[in-house]
Structures are given as C-alpha cells and as structure tokens.
Design a protein around this ligand. Sequence first.
Ligand code: SAM
Length: 270
Amino acid sequence: MSSSGQDITRQATPARMYDYYLGGVHNFPADREAAERVIAQFPLARAAAQANRAFLRRAVRHVVQAGVRQLLDVGSGIPTAGNVHEVAQGIAPESRVVYVDIDPVAVAESLEILDGNPNATAIRGDLLDPQAILDHQAVRNLIDFDQPVGLVLAAVLHFVADDAQAFDVVAQLLKPMPAGSYLVLSHGAAETYMPDTDQARVAGDVYKQRAATAGAVRTRSDVARFFTGFELVDPGVAWVTEWHPDGEVQPEFAGHPERCGIWGAVGRKL
Ligand SMILES: C[S@@+](CC[C@H](N)C(=O)[O-])C[C@H]1O[C@@H](n2cnc3c(N)ncnc32)[C@H](O)[C@@H]1O
C-alpha cells in the first residue's frame, strides 16, 4: 500500500514492466500482464531492453573515463546488475550518483541497494518538474554544479509525449551544468516502432491504459536535437547496439541493428 492507502501494485508501471523485460523480480501480476501484451506485439522487447541497459553501461563508462565524477540519472528505473553507480564507482570510487525516478518502488529498491554508499542516493522526482529535481537537497548535497555533470536520460524521454515539453525539460536540466558536462540519452525509435501501425497502437494503448503513461517514439533527427549545444561523441546518434560495441552483438540484432528500436547517443556540452 502507498502512504495514501492505494494499492500501488494494482496498476502496471513502466519501471516494473521494464524490470520484467529485463528478467527482474521487482514486478507484480499487473506489470507482467501489461508487459506480455507489449511483447505479443514486439517480441524483441526483452532483447531491446537488454541492449539499452548494455548501452547505458558503456556510455557511463565513457563519461567517467572522460573525467566526469558526478552523475544525475533521471528515470533510473529499478536497479539491476551493472547499475550506473557500480560502473562509475568501479572506475572511480569517488564518483557521486543521484538516481531519480517517479516510481516509488524503483526509489525504494534503489535506496535499499545504496544503503551504506555515502556517494550515491535515490530520490523520487518527476522529469516534468526539472527544477524540483535540481533544487532537491539530495541533489544539492552530492552534485556540485561548478564541476561537469553527466546527465543520464536513458529510455525515459519516450514517456514525454509532447515534443515541446520534452525538449524544454531536457534544456532546463542541462542549464546549470557547466561546459564539459555530458548528456547520455537513449530513446525509442520512430523508424522501428512506426507510430501509425496497429502493433504500435496496441503497445501504446497498454502504456496509456494500464500504466497511465502515454508515450512517443522519436526519429534519429529528433533525438539529435536534444544535443543542441553539444558535441556528439562518435558515432553520433546510433542504434544502441552500434554505440561503442564491446562484445558479441545479441543474435536478435546481428545484421539488423534497427530491430533494437532504440537510438542512443552521448554528447559533451560546449
Ligand atoms: C524504461 S525504464 C528505463 C530505466 C533506465 N533508465 C534504463 O535505461 O535502464 C523508464 C523509467 O523512467 C521512469 N519514468 C517515467 N516517467 C517518468 C517521469 N516523468 N519522471 C521520472 N521518471 C519517469 C519509469 O518509472 C521507469 O523507471
């Protein structure tokens, strides 16, 4: 039960559906049922979630190896192996990480695994209220806005359907971050999940009706627009499987990276 007395497990949430795609254990029957409806339309949803997670790890590694020691991860999800703080602190133990998610289960699970880690925490926050995130005491405690920051927005902006609002919230989050900061972003691809198809409509309805979260996929050039004022790290906006690959490509996507359906990019603020 939530503090308001509502049973928060009765409605699916994107965080717990994503946990189910990844094979995690932090999901309830409503999440599994909704996720299976999406998988019925897009059988590669699970593999795509894994590809996205793998991109996230490689991108964070790149940013920390470039010298960034503080990361703000908005829409961070339910922790699974190879979280942002594990990757960052594995390279530079002094790295500081703040996770932000709208789903209380994601925040509670994150706080549990971060117990005893003074350089990482998790807060509940809404991407649509960026100022509240930036002003949050936990963010102020761990993130020094005089130093470069890595802002991570992985597989979250497709939950902001309105274009103007999506670009605005990203710009607001980036505003206080100095030159040399990084943006790590991944996003559902309109080129793969073509919004005008029955498949996409059914999957979209699952999110809208069962998880109460409408979404929008975007094109490669839309994704590039989030990086206005940034220098993109090579190869620019790419299928996540093709962004600095470091091992075997998942068999589902070998020779067909577009099937992963997720654009990924990393950029450095000028
Ligand atoms: C697909 S998961 C991605 C998790 C993680 N970033 C990753 O890429 O592995 C999307 C996450 O965004 C969160 N989310 C959706 N809308 C949000 C919002 N308005 N503010 C903050 N988090 C949000 C969901 O709760 C979920 O945990």
